[in-house]
Write a protein that binds this ligand. Structure first.
Ligand SMILES: [Zn+2]
Length: 499
């Protein structure tokens, strides 16, 4: 019966189509129109993947807000020789997207600790604390035991999966530490940073403990100084920070953990999963990508980690943090933010190429934004790190003539609301006065250029603006609409446990 009904419906629709053919559009052969049609067909063909996720890779670029993301797209596209606008980053090829609300329980503007607890443990908590809920009084070690929460790493371990973390910042820094540590303050990275009598091991000691007990299989990043005593100098000549005399790199080696500190020792690591891997490639944070010398890139670390973790047939959880987009933004140095953001996207591309979307959920997001903003009325092809160029009255881009602000001076495409590049500067008599230096193309495109900002601050602030979450793989379609940041954990858990 219903078959007959559908045949009749199709017949009538066909007749109507013959009598009233769709109007031919003047623009139907326009390449933009055809591209839009092709994009529509891609979306119509999408089928949600409801398989169980064997693996989950969570990519997190610290401080990579919407404006930084936009600027990185243009930057990457212009490096490839285009205008930039049309470029599609690896994460932007993913089929699903949501916006995350990033506030924490005590802050409209979040930090990297509170936000990491949200996406790694599924709850909102205070700024500045790791692996604990909001009942903890910040800095009070005695409160930790009663406030501890579990992370997605704990769940993956219980499920028999391997767990890995990567950061271009210190591996004891907020984002990655939230996976394996419980701390009353994110700054408790080594024992000397903790209050006297703190009953909880410092963050570096907790990391080693997790590796020795087999809960954490791989950790690659910076922060070597937090594992060495003050009396010991690291491979590159910087002393350790520890006051308890522990040489935790020696302890790791004694426990059978493999250790790497530069490119050569990184290349020698055994990736057959026979022993856990600890890579500490810098005393503090690893270098910005632009300044990187004898350290593996985020792409190299991601590839190595996936190779290593894939040996476990039960799967893995991997957290990859690009930690220094945040630091460059704090300095108003857009160049390094975009170069690191671009390397981060290259790591995403490598992971996509190495994994099967049928069994691996890949999520790409940030923890919070910054006050970077993009100035306007720039013609196409204006260099994203340079001056904002004119569009002439006939509608063509004018890449030799910059737009002028009301003070008759050019302005760059990228600016910040606050930070060290403030146009309001401190005078000899202690007062502040605003007069903008004249930016010129050679100066503003130098890697060390500090973008102009409105308010003066020694370090530019975070911003609470919503963030993009990109996803592909099992249950990625659950990233849809405007969601709370802690929802990310719940999708990951569902994808791991779905039957
Ligand atoms: Zn920051």
């Amino acid at each position: 019966m219903s078959d007959w009904r559908s045949v009749c419906t199709a017949f009538v629709a066909g007749l109507i189509g013959l009598i009233y053919p769709p109007p031919s559009l003047a623009q139907s052969e326009n390449p933009w129109y055809k591209a839009g049609q092709s994009e529509l067909r891609t979306h119509l063909a999408r089928q949600p993947n409801t398989a169980t996720a064997r693996n989950i890779i969570l990519f997190l670029a610290d401080g990579n807000g919407i404006a930084t993301n936009y600027a990185t797209r243009i930057f990457q596209g212009q490096r490839l020789g285009g205008y930039g606008d049309e470029h599609i980053m690896a994460k932007e090829r993913m089929p699903y997207l949501a916006l995350a609300k990033t506030y924490t329980t005590n802050a409209q503007t979040p930090d990297s600790a509170g936000t990491a607890v949200a996406f790694l443990s599924g709850i909102k908590t205070k700024n500045g604390v790791l692996g604990v809920d909001e009942t903890l009084r910040r800095g009070e070690c005695d409160d930790v035991a009663g406030a501890q929460v579990n992370s997605i790493g704990d769940l993956a371990h219980v499920m028999g999966k391997s767990v890995g973390i990567i950061s271009t910042a210190r591996i004891t820094h907020a984002t990655t530490a939230a996976l394996y540590a419980h701390a009353a303050d994110r700054t408790f990275e080594h024992d000397g940073a903790q209050p006297k009598g703190c009953v909880v091991p410092d963050i570096a000691a907790q990391l080693l403990q997790e590796m020795v007990t087999g809960k954490l299989d791989l950790a690659l990043g910076g922060g070597r100084r937090n594992f060495l005593p003050r009396s010991v100098t690291g491979e590159e000549g910087s002393p350790g920070k520890r006051q308890d005399g522990r040489n935790m790199i020696a302890e790791a080696l004694d426990a059978g953990i493999q250790y790497a500190w530069d490119n050569a020792s990184f290349a020698r690591l055994n990736r057959d999963h026979s022993a856990p891997v600890l890579g500490l490639f810098a005393s503090s944070h690893m270098s910005y990508e632009h300044d990187r010398r004898d350290e593996p890139s985020i792409v190299d670390m991601t590839q190595s980690a996936i190779n290593y973790l894939s040996n476990n047939q039960k799967g893995y959880f991997l957290l990859v943090e690009s930690g220094r987009v945040d630091h460059a933004n704090h300095r108003n140095n857009a160049f390094r933010a975009l170069v690191d953001g671009s390397a981060f996207d290259d790591a995403v591309a490598r992971a996509v190429a190495m994994t099967d979307p049928g069994d691996t959920l890949i999520i790409v997001t940030a923890d919070h934004g910054h006050t970077m903003a993009i100035n306007g009325y720039c013609g196409r092809g204006s260099p994203i790190l340079g001056l904002c160029m004119k569009i002439d009255p006939k509608g063509e881009s004018h890449r030799d003539r910059p737009n002028l602000a009301a003070d008759n001076k050019p302005y760059t495409a990228i600016g910040y609301l606050n930070g060290p590049g403030s146009i309001i500067t401190r005078q000899a008599d202690g007062t502040y006065f605003g007069t903008r230096p004249v930016p010129d193309q050679a100066g503003v495109t130098d890697p060390d250029y500090i973008q102009q900002s409105a308010l003066p601050r020694g370090s530019q602030t975070h911003s609470p603006v919503d963030l993009a979450i990109y996803a592909q793989g099992p249950w990625a379609h659950l990233f849809d609409g405007t969601v709370e940041q802690n929802y990310i954990y719940h999708v990951m858990r569902h994808a791991f446990e779905a039957k």
